[in-house]
Every structure is written in structure tokens, then in C-alpha cells.
Design a protein around this ligand. Structure first.
Ligand code: ADP
Ligand code: ZN
Length: 729
């Protein structure tokens, strides 16, 4: 109980609410209501009712009479102190108001409104006045304390629900509240363990030791694609289950990870609860509750699962820890991988980071001894890594208006003959990234954003990938009016599919991208079809790089390896290396001989050389040296301030004001403001400032000082703070 007694001898508490202000809200605790720090309550806010979390913050000396009372203390276990601490940590690390984090914790969409009770029925012991065969069957089923719902009972007894209603009206059946069923049963740690190979066993032993030690530690599990990382960390999961602890597994693309859920099910006899934005509100709420009650043992989720109210969290695993999808760039800018380590630290539990291509940040942490490094250098069983080579596009150009070099076409033909699968990778959605008029050179661009419109041919539309704006593909140029002179420039996956279908008319071709009509369900279905070998040639965007196990793929062709190298992002080389390694890693996972062919205009680029040589060590060593000498993360720190406004001038002015407000601090420099590469998004003009500091500077303190000293911006101005930015657009 919080006892903030005032002179009136009434209680007052501070409540964190899901609103973007920094101050606390105070409420009176009505007589007879029990609340404690962490209690989830419903309170009035203006004319609304909102859910919030009671804190142990000191309450200002204000007259209790003015305060409105808490409406209701909700029937959930209180949010635990370590989650409260985590909320405050993320809030101050990312410079986001704590209310945004409260919103993420209490994210159950039904907003905690009271639910109608689910009614169950059972036999009361009173016999009906008149017995019929139908009534007899109902009674037989509902004897011995069995609880049924109305329609289930009627159905099982082969009668109409009115018979059940009649018995209820006579008091023969009594109603009881039905508890919602468990979302998933408890996984069984010894259900179907696999025999681990030597290296795998050693790795699993280290992880199990970390779990048994029952305190904070970070292990970096670095194993080539197909080395059995999942099997290995499943052993750590088993160990934590035996200790009756809850386990969180973060995956970069959970909505698409049916395969992972199935694998988990096979190993543990029950699936984990899956958590992502595509769940129905009802399922979301149930999972939230059951995680809070401690009766869900394993959650596999997207980054937002980090904010679930675990009762007894004992292990966090971040799979594909290098993946850029862990960075949220919306409202609260945070990297779920880094925040997972923070949550592990605050909760004092082990964290496992797994990847075939670990991020440079994690590698440096391992080298410097902060993380334990565990290496699986070879693939499981008889599977070898694909044989890799580059195709120099200068010497082997495709035919005009085509994109596959003759070498790649020949290779696809051979694979088809052997009845194996090919995967062609191009990280470009749609048909063509640019459409222009051949007569006047007019280019179609988005009216709301500084970006070209991408043609999506099967939808017959030109689409903006930033704001969703679309228009149908016109026949005439809107500028010069000339008919039939619009041309598609460059390829997207749809265009590659068209070329492949022309060359291999009998092949079964499938495009895998997030544009698939039918959403997640259809995508899961298609991924399954690929895994079963129902497709000959798959053409995919980066979606296909996410750790799927496709047993029949023996050729991976990269259509344009240079795409990601062109921009000025300091992580461009690292990202390209990771993406290409992951994509090529889809080939040859079951022991068939396999190849990776990489189309590039710069075969001498260090990234290409590292991939061909299958030698990440030298590549990473160079990248790490590079970062070190430029004091880039993790040897220095970066933060971005992104200012946007309704006019270019107001955005630029405020960005300049921020720059002028910056205090002079040694070891921190500011760059900009400069117009953002994406200068206009959703009709908002954008300017960026970049803050660059030495490793141990107080970056957050510096930015807070800027924001405090700068003039209050107009309402139309938005300032976003991005600590440890991943994107520089
Ligand atoms: P990674 O996560 O490193 O890419 P996986 O864990 O997906 O590797 O393993 C690749 C394939 O090899 C999977 O089909 C997996 O079931 C299989 N595998 C790995 N280790 C073993 C083992 N010890 N026993 C049986 N199958 C294994
Ligand atoms: Zn747009």
C-alpha cells in the first residue's frame, strides 16, 4: 500500500498515464480501494477514462479535495518494479516522455474496458421437474462438476440451446464464470531434444551455464547460416523452463515466422505465444494477461514484446540480432536489441544474441570482453556452404532492357533441369523504381514526398513507398501529353519475374514481397509452398533473407549487389555484407551442392571479396578499424535531431535555432542542419542535425540541454530525437 497520507488522512497517488507530457498526474484513492506501485488503474482524464500505472513517485502537497478519484483498480497483477525501472530507463535513454512507454506497456487495444463475463454452466444438483431424453443427455454431460458453455453443451448433447435455457431457468443448471482458456499449454523441456554435435554441445553448455547462473550476462552466439543456432539456444530455453522462468525470444519478422513456431512446437510439444501487430485484439489481450499472470512461459515476438509485463522473466534471446528491423523509428526511436540487453541488466537475467552476421557493435562488445563469444564455424551435418562467385556485369551484360546476365540464366536452367529451386534476390518492390517520359524526360514523383513513384504492374498503379500515395498508370505524359511514350526504368521484383517467365515458360515462378495481396496469412502460405518444393524459381525482396529454412534451394542469384552500397550511410558496407550473406545462406542447407552468384558492377569491392572468400573475419576487422579511426559507433556516439515542418523555411529556421542552442561541450560536435536526403515526407519538410561524440560523453544530457535552451517551436514543428541512428535519410 502506498501511504501518502495528507492532513485529510486520505490517500493520494501519482499515476503514469499514456499521454506525452512529463509531469505526473495525481489522483485520490477512494476509501476501500487497494492500490500499490505498479497497480493498473483506470482514471478520469478530461472527459475520458484512461488506463495508467500507479507509481511510487512523491506526491506534491496539494489539497486532496481538488483531486479526482481513481475510477477503478483493474484486476491485473501489478506491473513489477523492474518493468517500471525499464520504462524509465528507455524513456530517458531515448528522450521520450514516459507516457509513450506506458502506452507501449498497456498496449492492449481494448483499453482495459470491462469485459462481459463468459458464462459457463454446470449441474446444480437440482433435478428437473420433468425428464425428457434430450434433458437426460444434457444432465449426463454436465454431471461431475463439468463446466460447459451454452452452445457447446447443446451441441454435445445433440439438442437445441433452448433445452439448455429451459434447464437453466428451472435452476437445474447453474452459471459459473468461465476463465479464458490458456493461449498455449506449457512447453515441455524434455519433449523432443535433439542430439547436438560436438561444437553445438559446447555452445549449448555455455548457454545453459549462463541460464543456471541466474544473473545478468550477454552471450553472442555467432554461427554461420545453418550451423544450428536455433537448436543450440533451444537448450538454453529448456534450461530456463526447468527453472520455471519465463522466456522471451525476439525475432525480426515474427508475423512471417510460422516455420519458427512449428519448430519450437516440434521440440517442446507446444508452440510459444506469438506477439506481433497482426494479432486480433482479443488474442493480444489474452496473451498480455496470461503473461502477466505467469501462465504463458515462452513468448516469441516482435520488438514490442519487450514491453510485456512478465512475472518471472528468466531469459531473453534476440535472434538475428544484427537485423535493422529491430530499430523502431516511430514515436519512440529505440533499438530492441540494445533495449533487450538493458532489460536483461535491469532484471538481472541472461541475454543471448544470435546471428550468422553479428553487428559490429556486438562483435566489439565480445572482443572487449563484455559479451561472451560463442562460435559455430560450420554448417550442421553434411551441408557445405554454397560455392560463391561474382558475375562482373561489365563483361557479362544482360540483353537490352533485361537484368539477368547470361551466366545467371544458364545456372537457373541447370537447376531447373535438376528439379531443384533457385532464389533470385532484389531488394526492390514492384515492377520499376522509376517511370519517365521518353519525349520530355518527365519523371513521376510523389506529390507529398521527395521520392519517385514505383510502378506496381499487377495493380496497374504508381505507388509512393513512403506515404502510400498512388495513381493509376496513365497512357499519356502529364507534362507533354505524348501518348505511349512512358518507360519503366530499372527493375523491381515483378519485372525480374516477367523476364524469368519469358525465359523459362514452364517454370513455376513466385514473387515474395510484402506487397503480396492477402497479407501475412498468404505470405505464410507461400513460404510454406517454397519449403515444400512447389515452386521452381522464387524472386524475393529482403523478406527472403530472414532465416527461413528452404531445403530445396541450391542456387541463389543476387540481381544487383550494389544497390545498398550507393548511399552515404556509415553502415552501408556492413549492411550489404549481412544482407548478401544471409540471402546466400538460404542455399544448400540440406547437403545438396549449391551456388551463390552475385551480379555486380564492382567485383573488387571489399564486401564482394569478403563474401566470395567466405571470409568475414578480414572484412569485419577492416570495418572495425575504420569505425575506430573515425570514432563511429561503437567507438563514438551518434544522435540525430530531425526537424520537420509545414514549410521549408519554418523547418530550417527551427533546425538552426536548435544548433544555436547547443552548449559548448568538449568531445561533442554538431553537424548541420542540412536538408534531409528525404527532404519531404507526407508534405512535411525535413532537416537533420547530427551529433557526434566521444564514447563516454553524456549524449542525452547534451540533447536535453539543446531542447531546453531552444525557443519553443510553433505547433506545426516536430522535433524527433534518434539516439544511435541506423538510418540517415
Ligand atoms: P541456423 O539457425 O544456425 O541457421 P538451424 O538451427 O536452423 O541453423 O539449423 C539448420 C538445420 O539443421 C535445421 O533444419 C535444423 O533442424 C538442423 N539441425 C541443426 N542441428 C541439428 C542437430 N544437432 N540435429 C538435428 N538437426 C539439426
Ligand atoms: Zn509519398
Amino acid at each position: 500500500m502506498v501511504d501518502n497520507s495528507t492532513s485529510d488522512n486520505k490517500k493520494t497517488v501519482a499515476v503514469l498515464l499514456p499521454v506525452p507530457v512529463r509531469r505526473s498526474y495525481f489522483y485520490a484513492v477512494p476509501d476501500g480501494m487497494q492500490v500499490m506501485p505498479g497497480s493498473v488503474v483506470r482514471v478520469p482524464l478530461g472527459s475520458r477514462q484512461v488506463a495508467g500505472i500507479v507509481t511510487d513517485d512523491a506526491v506534491d502537497d496539494i489539497s486532496i479535495k481538488k483531486l479526482r478519484p481513481i475510477s477503478e483498480s483493474l484486476d491485473y497483477p501489478p506491473i513489477r518494479p523492474e518493468l517500471m525501472k525499464f520504462i524509465r530507463f528507455v524513456s530517458s535513454y531515448t528522450l521520450s516522455p514516459p507516457g509513450f512507454l506506458v502506452h507501449m506497456v498497456l498496449c492492449v487495444p481494448t483499453d482495459f474496458s470491462p469485459k462481459p463475463l463468459v458464462e459457463g454452466m454446470r449441474f446444480s444438483g437440482v433435478l428437473p421437474r420433468r425428464m425428457t431424453p434430450a434433458r437426460m443427455r444434457v444432465l449426463e454431460l454436465s454431471r461431475d462438476g463439468m463446466v460447459w458453455n451454452r452452445s457447446g453443451l447443446a451441441h454435445a448433447a445433440g439438442t437445441s440451446p433452448s433445452v439448455v435455457d429451459g434447464l437453466k431457468a428451472q435452476g437445474v443448471l447453474e452459471t459459473v464464470e468461465l476463465r479464458p482458456a490458456l493461449v498455449v499449454p506449457k512447453p515441455d523441456s524434455s519433449y523432443a531434444p535433439v542430439m547436438l554435435e560436438n561444437d553445438q554441445r559446447k555452445a549449448a553448455d555455455i548457454l545453459q551455464d549462463a541460464v543456471s547462473a541466474n544473473c545478468f550476462s550477454v552471450c553472442l552466439l555467432d554461427g554461420v547460416t545453418g550451423s544450428g543456432k536455433t537448436e543450440v539456444y533451444f537448450e538454453a530455453v529448456a534450461c530456463a523452463l526447468d527453472q520455471h522462468r519465463q522466456i522471451l525470444i525476439l525475432l525480426p519478422e515474427i508475423a512471417l515466422t510460422q516455420q519458427f513456431l512449428d519448430r519450437f512446437h516440434t521440440r517442446f510439444g507446444a508452440p510459444p505465444a506469438d506477439w506481433h501487430s497482426d494479432l486480433s485484439p482479443r488474442r493480444r489481450e489474452r496473451i498480455w494477461q496470461q503473461v502477466a499472470q505467469g501462465c504463458i512461459h515462452v513468448v516469441a515476438g516482435a520488438r514490442s514484446a519487450l514491453f510485456l509485463p512478465f512475472q518471472n522473466l528468466g531469459l531473453i534471446i534476440v535472434d538475428e540480432e544484427h537485423d535493422a528491423a529491430y530499430k523502431q523509428e516511430d514515436r519512440v526511436f529505440y533499438n530492441a536489441r540494445d533495449m533487450a540487453v538493458a532489460r536483461g541488466h535491469i532484471t538481472d537475467i541472461p541475454v543471448i544474441l544470435a546471428s550468422a552476421t553479428p553487428s559490429i557493435e556486438s562483435q566489439v562488445n565480445a572482443v572487449q570482453g563484455r559479451y561472451r563469444y560463442i562460435h559455430l564455424p560450420s554448417r550442421f551435418g553434411h551441408a557445405a556452404m554454397p560455392n560463391m562467385r561474382t558475375i562482373d556485369m561489365r563483361n557479362n551484360p544482360p540483353a537490352t532492357n533485361q537484368f539477368l546476365s547470361p551466366l545467371l540464366v544458364t545456372a537457373i536452367g541447370e537447376v531447373l533441369q535438376r528439379k531443384e529451386q533457385s532464389l533470385l534476390f532484389l531488394n526492390r518492390r514492384g515492377y520499376a523504381p522509376l517511370t519517365l517520359c521518353r519525349v520530355c524526360a518527365y519523371r513521376f514523383s510523389c506529390p507529398n514526398c521527395s521520392s519517385w513513384l514505383v510502378e506496381h504492374r499487377h495493380r496497374a498503379q504508381l505507388l509512393c513507398h513512403h506515404c502510400g500515395y498512388y495513381q493509376s498508370v496513365p497512357q499519356a505524359c502529364p507534362k507533354c501529353g505524348m501518348l505511349d511514350h512512358l518507360v519503366a526504368c530499372g527493375p523491381g521484383v515483378e519485372r525480374i519475374a516477367e523476364e524469368v517467365s519469358q525465359k523459362f515458360a514452364d517454370a513455376r515462378v513466385l514473387v515474395l514481397s510484402t506487397d503480396t495481396a492477402g497479407g501475412v496469412k498468404q505470405l505464410r502460405f507461400e513460404l510454406e509452398a517454397v519449403a515444400r518444393g512447389h515452386v521452381d524459381i522464387v524472386i524475393g525482396t529482403q523478406l527472403v533473407s530472414k532465416g527461413y529454412h528452404f531445403p530445396h534451394i541450391t542456387l541463389v542469384g543476387v540481381i544487383d549487389a550494389d544497390v545498398g552500397l550507393a548511399n552515404s550511410d556509415p553502415r552501408a558496407a556492413e549492411r550489404t555484407f549481412q544482407l548478401l550473406s544471409q540471402v546466400i545462406g538460404r542455399a544448400g542447407r540440406t547437403g545438396l551442392k549449391s551456388r551463390g552468384l552475385i551480379q555486380t558492377w564492382q567485383p573488387d569491392h571489399p564486401v564482394m571479396k569478403a563474401i566470395i572468400a567466405n571470409n568475414s573475419t578480414a572484412f569485419y576487422a577492416r570495418e572495425i578499424e575504420d569505425r575506430k579511426s573515425n570514432r563511429l559507433p561503437p567507438f563514438g556516439r551518434l544522435a540525430a535531431l530531425i526537424v520537420s515542418g509545414e514549410t521549408r523555411a519554418e523547418a530550417e529556421n527551427h533546425a538552426r535555432a536548435l544548433r544555436r542552442a547547443a552548449p559548448r561541450v568538449s568531445n561533442i560536435t554538431m553537424l548541420g542542419p542540412a536538408e534531409a536526403p528525404l527532404a519531404l515526407v507526407r508534405r512535411r519538410y525535413r532537416f537533420r542535425l547530427l551529433v557526434h561524440g566521444h564514447r563516454h560523453v553524456d549524449m542525452q544530457g547534451f540533447i536535453r540541454a539543446i531542447l531546453a535552451a531552444a525557443p519553443t517551436p510553433r505547433r506545426s514543428i516536430r522535433v524527433q530525437v534518434d539516439i544511435d541512428p541506423q538510418s540517415f535519410l
